[in-house]
Every structure is written in structure tokens, then in C-alpha cells.
Design a protein around this ligand. Structure first.
Ligand code: 4NP
Length: 162
């Protein structure tokens, strides 16, 4: 059996969007009976929240939907932070640019993508909006987007496996 694929979800602070995407993707993988075949982690391009739990509003929204976010904040800063991963999913275009600037030089194109590229029906270059400075409804919207995009992402990964 092939080794598990490793996914890294990346936003700015690693307390709102990317830990939500990580938790949702784990649930999607679990629901498909594929636990252990695909590993998920998340990180931020900024370092303000290293070691922190996800934002309480993100945790509350996740709990409302039936999952617990237990991640602790970490930062990606250098190619070696990306190398253990097979696919890196950026939440927005600024994250994508920052990640592309630190990509390992040997990486082929396509290992760093926008998460919403995998969401069926989403316009090209769609972003997961940053809910940090907004209200609780922003966290519900982020959660909904993550469910749609992560479901599409799993379908893509299974397709690619053949
Ligand atoms: P996230 O949201 O990138 O979805 O985790 C943010 C969290 C914190 C900050 C910015 C965005 N901040 O500036 O601390």
C-alpha cells in the first residue's frame, strides 16, 4: 500500500481558516473510511499565533458542526517547512504568493494550490475570506466553503490515484 499523502493547509494567522480546513478535511477523510491514508496539518505564513489554539469563534463553529479543532498554531518560513508535504493548500492569493516564494526549488508546479481550486463551481482564483475582523457569520461561511472545497479535494485525490 502506498504511503499516506500529506496535506498542509495554510492561511495568514493559522487560527481561523487553515485549522478549520484541516479539521474539516480530516472529517471528510474519516467519513470516506480513508483514515490514515491522507494526513492533514496546517500552518500560517505569519508567526503571531504560534502555539495558540484556533480562534474561539472558529472552535465554536466547528463544535456546532460536530468537530473539535485541537490544532496549535505553527508558522511556515522556509522550504524545509514545506518539504514534508505532498500538496499545500493556500486559503487566499496572498498566502499563495508567499508560499510560492518559499517553495523548494526542486518542487514541480502544482504542489501549491488555492484550496478553492478544488471546490466544484467556484470561479477561478476564489479565496477563503479572512473572517478574523468580522462577525460570527464569517466563520459559518468559512466552514461551509471548507466542506465544499475539501469534499472536492478528496474527490480529486482519489481520481489522481486512479
Ligand atoms: P487566519 O485569520 O489567517 O484565517 O488565521 C487571521 C488570524 C489572525 C490574524 C490575521 C488573520 N492576525 O493578524 O493576527
Amino acid at each position: 500500500m502506498s504511503p499516506p499523502s500529506r496535506l498542509l493547509f495554510v492561511c495568514l494567522g493559522n487560527i481561523c481558516r487553515s485549522p478549520t480546513a484541516e479539521g474539516v478535511m480530516r472529517a471528510v477523510i474519516d467519513d470516506a473510511g480513508l483514515d490514515g491514508r491522507i494526513l492533514c496539518d496546517s500552518a500560517g505564513t505569519g508567526g503571531w499565533h504560534v502555539g495558540d489554539r484556533p480562534d474561539s469563534r472558529a472552535r465554536a463553529e466547528a463544535r456546532r458542526r460536530g468537530i473539535e479543532l485541537t490544532h496549535r498554531g505553527q508558522q511556515v518560513r522556509a522550504p524545509d517547512d514545506l518539504r514534508p508535504h505532498d500538496l499545500v493548500l493556500a486559503m487566499d492569493r496572498a498566502n499563495l504568493r508567499d508560499l510560492q516564494a518559499m517553495a523548494p526549488p526542486e518542487w514541480p508546479d502544482g504542489r501549491i494550490r488555492l484550496l478553492r481550486d478544488f471546490e466544484p463551481g467556484a470561479p477561478p482564483h476564489s479565496e477563503v475570506p479572512d473572517p478574523y475582523y468580522g462577525g460570527d457569520d464569517g466563520f459559518a461561511e468559512v466552514y461551509d466553503i471548507c466542506v465544499a472545497a475539501c469534499t472536492g479535494l478528496l474527490a480529486h485525490l482519489l481520481d489522481a490515484e486512479g
